[in-house]
Design a protein around this ligand. Structure first.
Ligand SMILES: Cc1ncc(COP(=O)(O)O)c(C=O)c1O
Length: 450
């Protein structure tokens, strides 16, 4: 007999879909034509009708090791039975310490990790750490935060303030004060059909100097960017762009934050984007692939010197105790930490980052083979990420790609769409035949689509 809650109701078609207000979903349409997943294994989901769907998106960019990895599910099962919850406020448990040590050890020059439960919380935590860091060093006037147009940093007020996706911002009031934005780096005229990083666009980082001149650089706390912008439709950093941002931040004492919620844990064929691009930010946010998507968890990884500034400030203040008044009930949750440790072990044992690197060319070529397909106006790739940009129907942005999503699903392939851009990010365990299946399915669907 199954131990699942609801006595296996789980596997039956629910007869009322009203109550769940679904996130980032066209609820009215979905509930008329629901797509329901009931199980997952390896590269595939199984639908409620029993159909297999090849996962071209690693869930939501999170199941990098594929679904239902035995090592991870066993670690979760055993830990939840042994230590269901333990606070990490003035108490601790070994798993969180171990995970922080292992993650920081993956990166050269980083020595502390702050835990939270999602990418959005990781971003808000990183912004707060940046502000508090400057204050701890006697530079409390550094309060401005700089994001980028088309940036996605989750949905907290901090994240949408520095983010640059209009619909995620425009109905939520005035957001955080003192935020400015760099221009985005996407330009089809200059960059269309580039394999890897575009040659054009590094100069766009110079806009940070303009922003510095406008506000006075001594008022700026941090610049946050996704090293590769994912949710806005996969925008690769132009060659030299991230290096320039780093140099300008260094010149003015501004912290640089890389939001690696998508790029962390092997997506680009390296542990982090930091390794792929050879540029070191001061803070790195991560989530998703940290636990292979199994248990919610996020984190902020700090470069050497960041935590030390808090320690020194506290040492110099006899009245101080807690160094940072920030945290979440579930920061470093034991079950999530166990999932994280088992996930890191899985990546290592199965050589998945290396595997992603080895597949990068095959993946990229398969993607670019769709050049000339109906509606396609650009194709981009890096690591095991791909994007196919479609021409929008006049006055109906996003409708064409949404139809492609539904049709691909019917044909057994899960893709993700943002506006009229198809974004692909399969689990790193993908086989070459499955890469072919994804792109052939998309090609067939696009050729039949209005
Ligand atoms: C770069 C980036 N930052 C933050 C987030 C937000 O993560 P979450 O949905 O876990 O809050 C995402 C989610 O896709 C992301 O891509």
């Amino acid at each position: 007999m199954s131990n699942l809650p609801l006595n296996n109701e789980f596997d039956r078609s629910p007869n009322n879909l009203d109550a769940f207000w679904m996130p980032f979903t066209w609820n009215r349409k979905y509930k008329k034509e629901p797509l329901m997943l009931t199980s997952a294994k390896g590269m595939h989901y199984t639908t409620i009708e029993g159909n297999q769907v090849l996962d071209g998106t690693a869930g939501l960019w999170c199941c990098n090791a594929g679904h239902a990895c035995e090592r991870i599910t066993t670690a979760v099962q055993e830990t939840i039975a042994k230590l269901d919850f333990a606070p990490t406020f003035q108490l601790g448990h070994p798993l969180a310490f171990e995970l922080a040590s292992r993650v920081t050890a993956m990166l050269d020059g980083y020595d502390h990790m702050f835990f939270c439960n999602s990418g959005s919380e990781a971003v808000d935590s990183a912004l707060k750490i940046a502000l508090a860091y400057h204050r701890a060093r006697g530079e409390g006037q550094r309060t401005r935060l700089i994001g980028r147009e088309r940036g996605y940093h989750g949905t907290g007020f901090g994240g949408i303030s520095v983010g640059g996706i209009v619909k995620n911002r425009n109905v939520f009031g005035t957001l955080l004060a003192g935020v400015d934005h760099l221009p985005h780096t996407h330009n089809l005229e200059k960059q269309a059909y580039t394999k890897g990083q575009p040659e054009w666009g590094a100069h766009l980082a110079d806009d940070l100097e303009r922003i510095c001149a406008l506000h006075d650089p001594s008022t700026i706390a941090a610049v946050i960017v996704e090293p590769m912008a994912g949710s806005t439709g996969v925008l690769m950093p132009p060659k030299g762009y991230l290096e320039k941002l780093r140099a300008i931040c260094d010149k003015h004492g501004i912290l640089l934050i890389f939001d690696e919620v998508i790029t962390g844990f092997g997506r680009l064929g390296t542990p982090f984007a930091v390794d792929k691009f050879g540029v070191k930010p001061d803070l790195i946010t991560c989530a998703k692939g940290l636990t292979n998507g199994t248990i919610p968890m996020g984190g902020v990884i700090c470069r050497e010197g960041i935590y030390k500034a808090f320690e020194e400030a506290a040492d110099n203040d006899p009245s101080s105790s807690i160094e940072l008044f920030h945290g979440y009930t579930y920061s470093g949750h034991p079950v999530a930490a166990a999932a994280g440790l088992a996930t890191l072990e899985t990546y290592k044992e199965e050589g998945l980052f290396q595997r992603a690197q080895e597949l990068e060319d095959y993946w990229g070529n398969a993607a670019h083979n769709l050049k000339g397909t109906r509606h396609v106006i650009d194709i981009r790739n890096l690591g095991l990420i791909g994007a196919i940009e479609l021409e929008s129907r006049p006055g109906e942005v996003g409708k064409r790609a949404y139809e492609a999503f539904r049709k691909c699903f019917e044909k057994g392939v899960l893709i993700r769409v943002t506006g009229d851009i198809i974004a692909l990010s399969p689990p790193l365990i993908i086989e070459k035949g499955q890469i072919d299946q994804i792109f052939e399915t998309i090609q067939n669907v696009l050729n039949d689509l209005d």
